[in-house]
Design a protein around this ligand. Structure first.
Ligand code: ANZ
Ligand code: ZN
Length: 866
């Protein structure tokens, strides 16, 4: 018996698929389509296990859809701009382009070794001017449509690296690379007006039933629609402070709790509120305080974590309904300038931040909402604000009303007084797309001292990145390039300067899925192709992109629709977010982390270091990460066991949306299963009837083992089809294993048995092909076929053979579900009752008591009453 030679075999079939263009996308297609897409990789250098998981999952779907007769689009490309390439340039003196393209060619080979059914002819690379020229044009169109604009905004500035940092790059107030204290700075930046689509992006979520619930919720929270009110406070000064002229009409605050207005104890404004800045001009103490706040960074998280601090301005705000009440106005570090109006009224009894603030500065804490049924005079606030529902108290005309009612009443009275109105606010901010980086798409703008920022004329696109740049000084190489930025103003011809910022790299990934529909089109999109293929039917990717990438892509799709590029508003119809890949962790005697390959298992739970035999302690399984060294290089596993083994392991162990534990035993199990399949075919091959031989007559009505196998085969088709449709890949594998066991168990050598065995083996190979395509192609040959399995359609279940003769019956005790029964169709009441009372879950629930009554609804339910 021959051993399955995966190396030769996988190479053979990858070549054959490639030579026959088996995965070419049909052009000018008619009929049903399936656009299957996995998030494209960043070309970091080598594929990691996360890539292996996501591309395997997508590939199973794509191959299955192709077998089902769909026109399939399953492309691949490279999210090729980004910081790591610049870091490599700084550290290793290699040009970002060179580094990137080398990585791409290596990773392309790696992905190809996985046997993915990709149409490689459609590859896109985002750092290619042929790609990014289109987004420069899009940006200019967005400008014309008012969807892009420029304004000053606050950024995190790293004074050592001379660069703007994203919020995630600020760690404890310090730059992630330089370690320098981050400053806040105001810079002119380009923005995309994502807020123009706030409501649409929110409401659109309802049209995405094939998205995971939790991703929809994350998007909803990110958009963060808040209904509330905007209200105006008039200001007054004291002996030493005067209300600045510009604020004679007062300041506005945004609140979601207008009902708590009678509990207001203070008013607070953001450090960058115009009033704060005006006052600081003549107040060095306030100026210093504002600077201190600015050092905090701009992230909501940083602000959330910091201790609440404020400084009195000396001004007071008049309470709109209590003539005698004057609320002190503070500048406070926890008020964000770019949310609401950048000013609040603080109600310490019902907001935790306000309570912390009030305790610190000794401000009154007056509860105005008390839980239903509580006596207001007995209700006090200690360390925790009360944010629950209830009725109003200590609030004059609001007393006794519930919260919602009180909100309406306050707003209506403020409206009458001309002091406020209902307002809806979003947490969502416009998307700042300017980055002070070299390795990104140049923003196609020329700044003219006379005409201001001017769009680069379309005929001059693309604005290409210059190749000759140096990374030997901090800051943006584009800004210090000797010639690149010096160009005439397209409007007046005087000396102008190019914009030296480049786009955020989320820009490129916001439209690549549409480019794949016609990657060589002269324009960004071929409208007919895009209309046919979009939206993506099944998108697969990591949960870490649940917010930004998906939201930006949804926004882009709408913006492109508004500018006439595309005809749809939602880009991704189905979404699968795969879980993390995890691995056990190991430490040596000194507590240092060890790589799995440096550790050997000596017993059930004894591990030693291979180099010196010393004891190793085993830690729990965690997401693979370089810092804990619990990583495996998928390429070594593919080289050692073959792609099919890795693919099978990847889909076997857990549902795709859950975390997956990478284990040697799991790989080994997948490997052994392939060996079993191979032997199964080899052992029976010689005695099988010829392919396509007619079914022996006796099998039509036989009730023996061969006939039973036919039933099993057809049920496997039904179940596995269903498993893939629902993305339950681990169940699919379990069903494949059941089927192969049933085939192995079938004894006998009469013609009917042989025929049923062939049918079963062929079906097994066809059902397993999306997951383990190489070995299946070879087994198909062994079964006597001379066509390629990739062209063979998906099997169809024979309805007569899958008709169920059993039913699942729910069993309840006192109306609560306690178990399920699998019973023959139309089983008697007595049989159902007896089986129900025998279930473990039922016994536990009955707790030794006797049944007072057992209600049986035949074929549906048994309810035991105790
Ligand atoms: C008074 C009040 C009383 C508030 C109360 C809450 C509870 P969401 O739900 O996130 O929209 N706020 C408004 N603008 C702010 C800003 N720029 N920076 C920091 N905080 C701000 O939160 C809205 C609430 O957050 C608003 O309602 C306001 O405080 C605060 F018992 O107003 B509230
Ligand atoms: Zn000009």
């Amino acid at each position: 018996m021959s051993r399955y030679d995966f190396k030769a075999n996988e190479h053979k079939w990858q070549t054959a698929w490639n030579d026959s263009a088996a995965f070419a996308t049909p052009t000018d297609p008619q009929g049903p389509k399936a656009y299957v897409l996995e998030m494209f990789p960043y070309p970091s250098g080598r594929i990691h296990v996360g890539h292996v998981r996501v591309y395997t999952l997508g590939d199973v779907i794509a191959r299955y859809k192709r077998a089902r007769g769909y026109n399939v689009l399953h492309p691949m490309g490279w999210d090729a701009f980004g910081l790591p390439a610049e870091n490599a340039a700084i550290e290793n003196h290699v040009h970002p382009a060179k580094w990137t393209y080398q990585n791409i060619s290596h990773m392309r080979r790696q992905l190809q070794s996985m046997g993915l059914s990709i149409d490689w002819a459609r590859e896109v690379t985002t750092c290619d001017p042929d790609y990014y020229r289109h987004e420069q044009k899009m940006f200019l169109d967005f400008l014309k449509a008012g969807l892009a604009y420029r304004r000053e905004s606050w950024v995190n500035w790293d004074p050592v690296d001379h660069t703007v940092l994203a919020n995630e790059q600020v760690i404890d107030g310090k730059g992630w690379r330089s370690g320098a204290e981050v400053e806040k700075r105001k810079l002119n930046q380009w923005f995309l007006r994502i807020t123009a689509f706030g409501d649409e992006l929110l409401n659109g979520l309802a049209s995405l039933p094939h998205w995971p619930e939790r991703v929809r919720i994350m998007q909803e929270n990110w958009i963060g629609r808040s209904e509330g009110a905007r209200l105006r406070f008039l200001l007054s000064g004291d002996t030493s402070s005067k209300v600045p002229e510009a604020f004679a009409a007062g300041i506005e605050v945004f609140t979601t709790r207008p009902d708590t207005l009678f509990g207001a104890a203070f008013v607070a404004i953001a450090p960058n509120h115009p009033l704060a800045e005006t006052l600081a001009a003549n107040d060095p103490v306030l100026k210093a305080f504002i600077n201190q706040c600015n050092a905090l960074g701009t992230s909501e998280e940083a602000i959330e974590k910091a201790e609440k601090k404020g400084l009195k301005t000396g001004l007071f705000a008049d309470h709109p309904f209590i003539p005698s009440a004057r609320l002190p106005v503070y500048v406070a570090n926890f008020i964000l300038m770019d949310y609401g109006t950048g000013a609040i009224f603080g109600c310490p009894a019902h907001d935790q931040r306000d309570l912390d603030f009030a305790r610190k500065y000794d401000l009154p804490v007056r509860p105005v909402v008390v839980p239903e049924g509580t006596d207001p005079t007995q209700f006090t606030i200690e360390d925790e604000a009360y944010t629950g529902p209830g009725r109003l108290a200590n609030s004059e005309f609001l007393d006794g009303r519930d919260v919602n009612d009180a909100k309406r009443e306050v707003i209506s009275r403020l409206e009458q007084a001309g002091q406020g109105k209902t307002e809806i606010t979003y947490r969502l901010r416009d998307w700042g797309v300017s980055r002070q980086r070299y390795w990104g798409c140049p923003i196609p703008i020329i700044h003219c001292p006379d005409c201001g920022p001017q769009p680069v004329p379309e005929a001059d696109l693309p604005v290409r990145l210059p190749d000759d740049v140096s990374f030997d000084a901090p800051g943006n190489p584009l800004a210090r390039h000797p010639t690149w930025k010096h160009v005439p103003c397209p409007n007046c011809g005087k000396n102008g300067e190019r914009e030296t910022d480049t786009f955020d790299t989320f820009f490129e990934s916001s439209w690549y899925f549409a480019r794949y529909c016609a990657p060589d089109a002269e324009d960004a999109f071929n409208r007919a192709a895009a209309d046919y293929w979009l939206p993506v039917d099944q998108y697969v990717g990591g949960i870490e992109h649940a917010v930004l990438h998906l939201l930006y892509s949804r926004f882009f799709t709408r913006a492109l629709q508004a500018c006439g590029y595309l005809g749809i508003s939602e880009p991704f119809d189905g979404l699968l977010t795969q879980g993390m890949v995890c691995h056990e962790t190991y430490r040596d005697g000194d507590g240092k982390w060890l790589y799995p390959e440096d550790v050997r298992r000596e017993g059930a739970d004894r591990f030693v270091k291979i180099s010196d035999g010393s004891a190793v302690s085993l830690g729990r399984s965690e997401k693979m990460s370089k810092s804990k060294k619990n990583v495996v290089d998928p390429q070594t596993i593919i080289d050692a066991y073959g792609a099919d083994t890795v693919r099978l392991f990847i889909v076997s162990d857990s549902p795709p949306e859950r975390d997956l534990d990478w284990t040697d035993s799991g790989i080994d199990g997948a490997w052994r299963y392939l060996g079993r399949l191979w032997r199964l075919i080899e052992d029976s091959q010689a005695t099988l009837p010829a392919p396509g031989a007619p079914m022996p007559a006796e099998l039509g009505s036989d009730t023996g083992a061969a006939f039973e196998l036919r039933r099993t085969v057809n049920k496997a088709i039904r179940d596995i089809t269903d498993d893939i449709e629902r993305l339950h890949f681990n169940r699919m594998v379990a069903h494949l294993r059941e089927l192969s066991n049933a085939i192995a168990d079938l004894k006998g050598d009469d013609p009917a048995t042989r025929w049923a065995r062939r049918e079963a083996l062929e079906t097994l190979v066809r059902l397993a092909a999306p997951t383990i395509p190489h070995i299946c192609e070879e087994m198909w040959v062994l079964l006597g076929h001379d066509d390629m399995l990739v062209g063979v359609p998906w099997p169809e279940a024979d309805a007569r053979l899958v008709a169920d003769d059993t039913v699942t019956i729910a069993v309840q005790v006192n109306g609560k579900l306690r178990g399920k029964l699998e019973l023959p169709l139309d089983a008697s009441r007595e049989a159902a009752e007896a089986a129900a009372l025998d279930l473990d879950g039922v016994k536990t629930a009955m707790d030794g008591k006797v049944a007072r009554k057992v209600i049986v609804v035949p074929n549906r339910i048994v309810n035991v009453v105790v």
